[in-house]
Design a protein around this ligand. Sequence first.
Ligand code: PHE
Length: 374
Amino acid sequence: MALPVKLDSTSRTLADLGVSLPDRITALFADLRAEFDREAVGVRDESSWRVFRDAWLGRKSGVLTRVSDNWLKPATPALKRAVGAALNELRAHVEATVQARRTALDDLAAQVAAGRDRVDLSLPGVHRPVGSAHLITQTFREIERIFLSLGYSVVEGPEIETPYYNFEALNIPEHHPARDTMDTFYIAPPPVGAAPPGLLLRTHTSPMQIHTMETQQPPVRIIVPGKVYRRDNPDATHSFMFHQIEGLAVDTDITFCDFKGTIDYLVKQFFGPTVRTRLRPSYFPFTEPSAEVDASCTACDGAGCRVCKFSGWIELFGAGMVDPAVYGFVNYDAKRLSGFAFGLGIDRFAMLKYGMHDIQVLFQNDARFLRQFR
Ligand code: PHE
């Protein structure tokens, strides 16, 4: 490849090149300019632009510096004017073009970036599925709403309890047979032969009856939603963890009628206005009298079917009037006060309302099942 004219001619003086007449000057500069314009076209990115700029404008060894040093400075007085004028003209052209190439490159880069960042409004959006509350949470909220409308407050309590709150203060002393139905998980077993009690997972929400009455004077109207635990083997109707809502109302003039009316209102609100309730005698150490609340079968409306084992009734939950012995544990005046309490199984309520036969599906987290209850 032939040496470009700029490398060749500009490193020599005009005398060396044999130039002595002004008209040859014009041709020399025209060649340089043509070479420059050719190179300018080849500048495609920032790094080649830098090489290009330095080759022509570099102070030490750029083409224009060489022209100035080799052509202009040693030129004869006869040529100096023409060389100076031509050099100025070339310099103006080179500077303007180098700057223009830079501007063009910047514009191009901005265009490319804008194209990359452009939002395509025709693309499908990011689909974020909207979740919903678990059926158990929904059932909690529904029952809370019913009791809030009756003037009750919602309180929560610890899942880890002492035997005193879970049993003793509820009138279930250590060797009471009622403890057999409420075996639980012990977190800190009582040290052998020592007095301090262990910690256990509560078997019911009833301990909150005690906590509430210890800290609050009547009138008391509370419900307590929460998790409870029992040492049960899982099957269609048992789970080692399930959910309850405790209810407690204590005041100076609460009667069995209030108890019945409240229970009936709750059941009708939750299961529907045609559902009837009945009370069957039962036993809990912390209520007297105690009752098992039944509802007319939600599947057959009391006619008798497989769901209600052809009895027309379904057992719903345990309840009763607060046993005066319990007031003794919380320093309430048993002569002046009366009240009722109940413990609803939330899982059972949800299963009955929606016709489910296996409690385990509530805890398996299969979204296909859970999605049905949005
Ligand atoms: N705590 C009892 C249970 O879990 C239910 C209950 C609560 C009964 C309140 C009477 C009064 O079995």
